[in-house]
Design a protein around this ligand. Structure first.
Ligand code: GLU
Length: 442
């Protein structure tokens, strides 16, 4: 069964880029009728925080990306230890004692000689006795994974196509620190095997990690999953801006962005498929195709998100938004107001226009007698759904006004605004008494 995972480190809030990764993994799993697992990468106890774990769960839930399971790396140290021992016994991990300064110097020497700064495996050459003596003396090593330099590394990347790396041109990666703590690489592979992850979809900043992890899968006797690396998300200005790196669900919610808008946009961002505001999770899953992803950075445009959001707000039913609307607002009012909203919360502003008091309209002096006449006409009209049509029809005949000269003063006097929802729908909501009062006050 297709199994994907989203593996955030709970050291901060999810930003748009992370959310996109989560969404795409969810879509990839659902497209195949598979499972999507949340893996909390909290091996770094000092930087991981429980409130971030909770925020990650809440963000996924808000988006409707419900995981089939949740695992936490901090609960799996025993497994990592056991697998580490197995790799040690097989000679695939080895202890090293170089300090960061020594490693830095080695790199500089190699670079100075025009050579690639690859770790020279000096520690691998140490004799067993020397190593045992150092450990016995309390001089604890960090650990590297021994790459097999005979085993060519390659995979058919779901986005990037065939990839190949020469292990002889790569440093053996450090997988464990001297204090026993884990770097991300090995636990991730151990978990992917244990959780039956079949597809790893992540950002292209992980491509070089994949090159070493491919050998870890094999060394542990696991099946190498299908890998796909997406181009990174950039802002409209073409870089990963500070704003993009910090823009998260809480802020987007605050701005009035609907989860559906984020999904419709992020599902298609970086693909050749057009953004479609009517796209929902199920449809996005059915049409999700890694081969439609390009290699160029995916541009995240907030203005586009706003456009998609407005289009979605215009279709939201009263029942879905009811709890977020002002007290007393009816379905008819929502439907009248909805086409004018970019965000649901703006319904409050329009409801204020309906219920009053309204802002003093800036009226031209010659419109005042016209509005007084409108009040007289309105007072005699039947108050029903057609009242706006009847009012403007009668005034047109009576005053000879038409177009803007007819409609704008009425709108201004009745709403205090130059633009807004269809007056035909709005006037019945304002109500007879209030409408008469507003016209007379003008
Ligand atoms: N915790 C890692 C990260 O956030 C996971 C990467 C992966 O998907 O393997 O970068």
């Amino acid at each position: 069964m297709t199994t994907t995972r989203f593996a955030p480190s709970p050291t901060g809030l999810l930003h748009v880029g992370n959310i996109r990764t989560a969404l795409h993994n969810w879509l990839l799993a659902k497209r195949a009728g598979g499972r999507f697992v949340l893996r909390i990468d909290d091996t770094d106890a000092a930087r991981s925080r429980e409130d971030y774990v909770e925020a990650i769960r809440a963000d996924l839930a808000w988006l409707g990306l419900h995981p089939e399971g949740e695992e936490r790396q901090s609960a799996r140290f025993a497994l990592y230890e056991a697998e580490f021992e197995r790799l040690k016994a097989a000679g695939r991990v080895y202890p090293c004692w170089e300090t960061p300064q020594e490693l830095d110097l080695k790199r500089k020497v190699l670079l100075g000689r025009g050579l690639a700064p690859i770790y020279d495996r000096a520690a691998l050459a140490l004799g067993e006795d020397a190593k045992a003596a150092r450990i016995a003396a309390g001089d604890l090593p960090h650990w590297r994974f021994l790459l097999d330099r005979e085993e060519a590394i390659g995979w058919d990347d779901g986005v990037r196509g065939p990839q190949s790396f020469d292990p002889a041109a790569m440093s053996d990666p450090v997988i464990r620190r001297a204090d026993g703590s884990w770097l991300y690489m090995l636990p991730s592979v151990i978990d992917d095997i244990a959780m039956g992850v079949t597809d790893v979809l992540r950002g292209e900043d992980h491509v070089s990690n994949t090159a070493t992890q491919v050998q870890m899968f094999t060394a542990l006797g696991g099946t190498v999953p299908r890998f796909a690396h997406e181009a990174l998300l950039v802002g409209t200005e073409g870089k990963l801006s500070k704003r993009l790196g910090s823009l998260g669900v809480a802020q987007l919610r605050e701005m009035g962005i609907e989860p559906e808008a984020l999904i419709a946009l992020l599902a298609r961002l970086g693909t050749s498929d057009p953004v479609d505001p009517s796209l929902r999770l199920a449809g996005a899953a059915a049409s999700f195709d890694l081969t439609h992803f390009g290699r160029a950075p995916a541009r995240f445009d907030e203005a586009e998100l706003e456009r998609v959001n407005a289009a979605i707000v215009h279709t939201l039913s009263f029942d879905t938004v009811r709890a977020r609307l002002p007290e007393g607002m009816s379905a008819a009012a929502w439907e009248a107001i909805r086409p004018n909203l970019a965000h649901v919360h703006e319904a409050h502003d329009w409801w204020q226009v309906v219920t009053g008091p309204i802002a003093q309209p800036g009226l031209a002096p010659e419109d005042r007698p016209f509005l007084a006449e409108a009040a007289v006409v309105l007072a005699d009209l039947a108050w029903d759904e057609g009242v706006w049509k009847a009012l403007t029809g009668a005034l047109k005949v009576q005053t000879g006004r038409k177009g803007k000269a007819l409609f704008l003063p009425l709108r201004l006097a009745l709403t205090g605004m130059e633009h807004g929802p269809d007056m035909g729908a709005l006037l019945p909501l304002i109500g007879r008494e209030a409408a008469l009062e507003r016209l007379r006050a003008a």
